[in-house]
Design a protein around this ligand. Structure first.
Ligand SMILES: Cc1ncc(COP(=O)(O)O)c(C=O)c1O
Length: 381
């Protein structure tokens, strides 16, 4: 019997204009890339069929977001996360990062607050829109990353107008629980700070104890923006497409005005693939999550056995946040790069002594990466 999806197969992605595999810094070297957050897996058969259908039709003019996609997104957010949102709260955008940038340009007059380490656009955006940046640290508690809520409050006192919330967290892998969500809401309301929540990794819960909680559901009468996309889960990041849920009509109007002239229309591929992703049977995702979980276990048990390396188990995402002993390993990221493995430097996320490794790849590639890490460690002793 053949399985419908084979995550073990290695597909050559070189010379496909891949941001991950065709990085110019590789200069033709045989590198194993694990920096960028996309997966080395083929898309689901249903998504392939959708793209084939568009190709067969051969018309690629401008597109509009149809009512059917709006309803599908509404059902997705309600069925998966228990948040019932009217259709007119939706604003469709070509990607979450541009959405965050537009929101910060429009609403972050007193500054932008975010927890660090964090997905780099969350802190880079302050510079892009010329607003002050305030940060506070994530801390380790019970084998997971959470907020330092005292530092959070101190940072709120400095007057930021926007809190950028990454839930689930990239790169910590945290799925924030009810108590944490409530504390975030209480503090942001106390200091009059709008919550902008990025929930792109919500379906990639590999071993979360809690369900994903949409923070926007609990603050419908306060200004907030919540972003959702299917692109991470179904590995269609190159197509883009996302939806912002904005309950307050005035905030929605202002957000839209910040996007005018900057945001292209969504492509036909993006629209139809999002609709397919959110309506097809769950087979692909049901097989993907255990595969990612098993990769996570292989990586975690390897890291735990290495002197001077540490990581906490992830609740969600396929992005491991690995701490290294700088005294033992110096510039570990650079040394791994020289040995043929590309991972991201922690300081890109405002966290030092860390690397971020994407393990959404065939097991054989992950094992190759572990071999390079092992070799690099041996060279240090
Ligand atoms: C937390 C988070 N938000 C957004 C994105 C990218 O979103 P988009 O491609 O829709 O701009 C990523 C990609 O890694 C991410 O990790």
């Amino acid at each position: 019997m053949s399985l419908p999806y084979l995550f073990d197969q290695i597909i050559n992605r070189s010379h496909t204009n891949s941001f991950k595999w065709d990085n110019v810094s590789y200069e033709g070297r045989d590198m194993l890339p694990m920096p960028v957050a996309d997966m080395d897996f083929p898309v689901a058969n249903e998504i392939k069929a959708c793209i084939d259908r568009i190709s067969d039709h051969q018309i690629l003019g401008y597109s509009v977001v149809p009512e059917s996609l709006k309803i599908v997104a509404q059902q997705k957010i309600n069925n998966s996360y228990g948040w019932d949102t009217p259709l007119d709260w939706q604003v469709w955008i070509p990607g979450i990062v541009p959405g965050i940038t537009a929101a910060c340009a429009q609403f972050a007059e007193g500054g932008i607050l975010t927890a660090v380490p964090v997905y780099h656009p969350f802190h880079l955006v302050a510079n892009w829109v010329n607003k002050p940046l305030f940060t506070f640290p994530m801390i380790e508690e019970n084998e997971r990353w959470t907020f330092d809520f005292f530092a959070f409050e101190d940072a709120l006192k400095k007057g930021p107008k926007v809190f950028l919330f990454c839930n689930p967290h990239n790169p910590g892998g945290t799925v924030f629980n009810e108590e944490e969500i409530q504390r975030i809401i209480d503090l942001c309301q106390q200091y009059n700070c709008m919550i902008i929540s990025d929930e792109i990794h919500a379906d990639l819960r590999i071993q979360a104890k809690t369900e994903h909680i949409c923070i926007g559901k609990y603050i419908e009468s306060s200004p907030s923006i919540s972003f959702f996309a299917s692109s991470k889960t179904y590995n269609t990041a190159g197509l883009g497409g996302a939806v912002a849920i904005i309950p307050d009509p005035e905030i929605r109007k202002q957000f839209i005005s910040a996007t005018l002239g900057f945001f292209p229309m969504l492509t036909r591929h993006s629209i139809e693939v999002m609709e397919t992703s959110w309506t097809m049977p769950s087979t692909w995702l049901d097989m993907l999550l255990p595969y990612l979980k098993a990769n996570h276990e292989v990586l975690l048990s390897f890291i735990c056995q290495q002197k001077g390396l540490r990581m906490l188990p992830l609740e969600a995402t396929y992005l491991a946040w690995i701490e290294f002993d700088e005294v033992l390993y110096g510039n570990f990221q650079q040394r791994l790069f020289e040995n043929g493995l590309h991972v991201l430097r922690g300081d890109q996320f405002l966290g030092s002594n860390f690397i971020r490794l994407n393990f959404a790849c065939p097991r054989a590639l992950l094992e190759k990466a572990l071999g390079i890490i092992q070799q690099t460690i041996h060279e240090s002793h």
